[in-house]
Design a protein around this ligand. Structure first.
Ligand code: IMP
Length: 192
């Protein structure tokens, strides 16, 4: 029997879903959005946050699903906002981060943890992209901190580069590509 090639992505973030579904599609995996409330524990580790949220979502959905947790880690702020990125984005926002960085180093990394939970499997994959924080917001694509993040090797922000480039280099793309390769391999051995 051909194994199901359908996973649910638990997120209310349309930008995140667009990126993730496009990447999974490259591997023949259909993604559907599940707009469940993502229950977030407090932890310094994105992997723990994503896995706990995925387990809780699975109890509700009972279908193979993914929860992704991501964050922006700024070196000169000792990794802040990291796992608290969503709260910081919603409170002080991009302008607040730019104010905090006046006179400080601008190197930073985005990190992503993708947790997959299914009847017979639980897996977490991680990804990271490093670069620097721009002097001012630029570009209109993407979401979140995209207008101020310039990935290494580029001079434009993620919001200027767009989804094509972002899906080649981003933290999310790397974690999801690891998951997709694992799923494709597992499908061949009847594993999912
Ligand atoms: P989440 O908890 O995984 O949804 O992400 C935490 C916060 O990090 C979000 O509110 C976004 O502002 C930010 N973030 C996560 N991933 C990205 C990205 O790919 N680009 C820009 N901002 C991001």
């Amino acid at each position: 029997m051909e194994p199901p090639r359908l996973v649910y992505i638990v997120t209310g973030n349309e930008g995140k879903f667009r990126e993730a579904s496009r990447i999974l599609g490259e591997y023949g995996i259909e993604a559907r959005q599940a707009r469940l409330v993502k229950v977030e524990i407090q932890s310094d580790r994105l992997e723990d946050i994503a896995l706990k949220a995925a387990r809780i979502a699975y109890v509700q959905l009972r279908r193979p699903l993914i929860v992704e947790d991501a964050g922006l880690f700024i070196d000169s702020l000792r990794g802040f906002p990291g796992p608290y990125s969503d709260y910081v984005y919603r409170t002080i926002g991009i302008e607040g981060i730019l104010n905090l960085l006046q006179g400080r180093g601008r190197s930073a990394c985005f990190r992503s943890a993708v947790a997959y939970v299914a009847p017979m499997a639980e897996k977490v994959f991680s990804g990271e992209v490093c670069g620097r924080i721009a002097e001012e917001p630029r570009g209109s694509e993407g979401f979140g901190f995209d207008p101020i993040f310039i990935p290494e090797g580029y001079s434009q922000t993620f919001a200027e580069l767009g989804i094509g480039v972002k899906n080649r280099v981003s933290h999310r793309a790397q974690a999801l590509r690891k998951l997709a390769s694992w799923l494709v391999g597992a499908a061949h051995t009847g594993g999912w």
